[in-house]
Design a protein around this ligand. Structure first.
Ligand code: G4P
Length: 531
């Protein structure tokens, strides 16, 4: 192992965001393949087994009624040590998916070329924007019929409000997919389907000046189209300004096909070249530099009951500075205790590896006897610092909770508060009444089942959930300046408060949000709660 600075500098920690089925898993598999972390010999079978293992793990988790792991994968490529954070989708989409983005230094956005920007990408993208992290786009599935390339880029710019800079440009799509034009090298790289290879296949590179060669490869129509598009592109598109990329204002875009292994390694190389090393992070003492400072980390996710027999929890921490050594003592700042972190491990899907050391940029999972909360800081015993909390993300589904047996009020309140503290659900109360009515808000509907299951199994309390029609929640950013009682909303608006007493507004549709803003001049609403 090199020295600490070198180890930190070679780390790249990123999250992959996409809508389900855009090709996130396939792309990740190809990354792992290039890094030698998986072996393609018998890949098709290997891939199936790997998937099987992951989904089995998730099934088990679901049966136990706990939230689904977002896994962390670490691999080496070209001297870099890369951490990929997965952001689960479909019914597994939950607040954890958002929180994972708090632990990443950049994001890779995978878009299906026949679909453009889709709902889940849009949601996750908002968090990336809030954090101002660089976003790299991979437009996937060019081996299938794709939307017009300019339209795809327009869609990203309009839907997400980020400028794009294509690093390469596709020539045709589907059966007519001929390859990509590399804008830096000014040459055409011909398409090769190398699904079964361990590296990207041998590619033919034809300089764009070699018009005869180009026409021979693509045919006249495609060559004419390309030459025209390249001219348009060079005149119209943003320049590749690294500062803008790193500020999250310009997204470099690559085209390819993850399945057939085309354009993926090029994308990975561009990405590694442009992505940042672990970033300094805001704490109460100012920015904490990953290299200059001794070990520190924050908890971004808590996974409950991975082992039913022990009712244990795993706290996932992102190391923000220095080196972690399993033997050393650390201070849990919020708990005011100095301790050793127990069973530090790297968690890869269903596989756990006990770690002896890790560096800024890495993610570790530690055994949590119930002391950690999301957003907590750990650091060296002599240090005193506290990282900024993790924001609360907007739930989209709400239900009123009623107890079947009102005698068990105490267990009910204890259970629901503990589950909320782990970050599995959010709880709210009517703004003007006492504790009686509890409203639960979740990001993904699966979390309702988790709540019901856990209250029954762990706290012996049965509940009934009564769905509420709200889908949009807003925190009041300037609550000190506003008289909440006097806010005039639409008839379907509801005023609630969270456990800390912060006022919030619930709405049925975005129109009502707009109307309420119009009717109350000076009111500032946000989609993120302060952590
Ligand atoms: P996700 O993690 O984003 O949900 O997507 P995943 O990689 O699982 O891919 C979703 C489906 O799209 C898979 O097909 C996968 O093989 C396919 N796919 C991914 N990348 C490409 C690509 O570049 N070109 C084409 N043509 N297809 C691609 P599936 O049939 O659902 O799964 P499987 O049975 O093939 O594994």
């Amino acid at each position: 192992m090199g020295n600490i600075t070198e180890e930190i500098k070679r780390r790249r920690t990123f999250a992959i965001i996409s809508h389900p089925d855009a090709g996130k898993t396939t792309l990740t598999e190809k990354f792992l393949l290039y890094g030698g972390a998986i072996n393609l010999a018998g890949s098709v079978k290997g891939k199936a087994t790997a998937r099987h293992a992951v989904s089995d793990w998730m099934e088990i988790e679901k049966e136990r009624g706990i939230s689904v792991t977002s896994s962390v994968l670490q691999f080496e490529y070209g001297g870099y040590c890369i951490n990929i954070l997965d952001t689960p989708g479909h019914q597994d989409f939950s607040e954890d998916t958002y929180r994972t983005l708090m632990a990443a230094d950049s994001a890779v956005m995978v878009i299906d070329a026949s679909k453009g920007v889709e709902a889940q990408t849009r949601k996750l993208f908002k968090v990336c924007v809030m954090r101002k992290i660089p976003i790299f786009t991979f437009i996937n599935k060019l081996d299938r019929d794709a939307n017009d390339t300019f339209d795809l880029l327009d869609d990203i710019e309009k839907e997400l409000g980020i400028a794009t800079c294509p690093l390469n440009w596709p020539i045709g799509s589907g059966k007519e997919f001929k390859g990509v034009y590399d804008r830096e090298k000014k040459c055409v790289i011909s398409y090769a389907d190398t699904e079964k290879g361990t590296r990207e296949g041998t590619v033919t590179e034809i300089p764009i000046e070699d018009e005869a060669g180009l026409r021979a490869l693509t045919g006249d129509a495609a060559a004419d189209k390309l030459l025209e598009e390249v001219e348009l592109l060079d005149g119209a598109s943003a320049e590749l300004d690294l500062e803008l990329v790193q500020a999250g204002e310009l997204s470099p875009v690559c085209f390819g096909s993850a399945l057939t292994n085309f354009g993926v390694e090029i994308f990975l190389q561009h990405f590694l070249h442009m992505a940042t090393t672990p970033l300094p992070r805001k704490a109460d003492i100012g920015l904490v530099d990953p290299v200059e400072n001794a070990f520190s980390a924050f908890v971004f996710k808590i996974q409950a009951n991975m082992n039913k027999a022990h009712r244990d929890r795993i706290a996932f921490m992102r190391i923000c500075s220095g080196k972690f050594d399993a033997q050393m003592e650390v201070r849990h700042v919020q708990g005011g205790k100095v301790m050793r972190l127990s069973q530090p491990q790297q968690i890869m899907a269903d596989e756990r590896k006990i770690l002896s050391e890790a560096y800024a940029g890495d993610i570790i999972g530690v055994f949590d006897p119930g002391i950690f909360s999301i957003g907590d800081t750990v650091c060296m015993p002599k240090e005193k610092l506290q990282y900024e909390g993790i924001p609360t993300f907007a739930p989209e589904h709400f239900a009123r909770v009623r107890q079947s047996d009102t005698m068990k009020r105490k267990q009910f309140v204890k259970g629901i508060e503990q589950i909320a503290q782990e970050g599995a659900i959010q709880i709210f109360q009517e703004f003007n009444t006492g504790l009686e009515e509890i409203i639960v808000g979740v990001v993904g509907v699966l979390q309702f089942d988790v709540l019901k299951y856990r209250l029954e199994n762990e706290y012996n309390v049965e509940i009934r959930l009564e769905n509420l029609p709200y889908e949009h929640i807003r925190w009041i950013e300037n609550k000190e300046e506003v008289d909440i009682g006097k806010i005039v909303g639409t008839s379907d608006m509801k005023k609630v408060k969270d456990m800390k007493g912060n006022p919030l507004l619930l709405f049925v549709n975005p129109w009502s949000v707009g109307m309420t803003l119009d009717r109350n001049k000076g009111l500032v609403l946000t989609e993120f709660g302060r952590g």
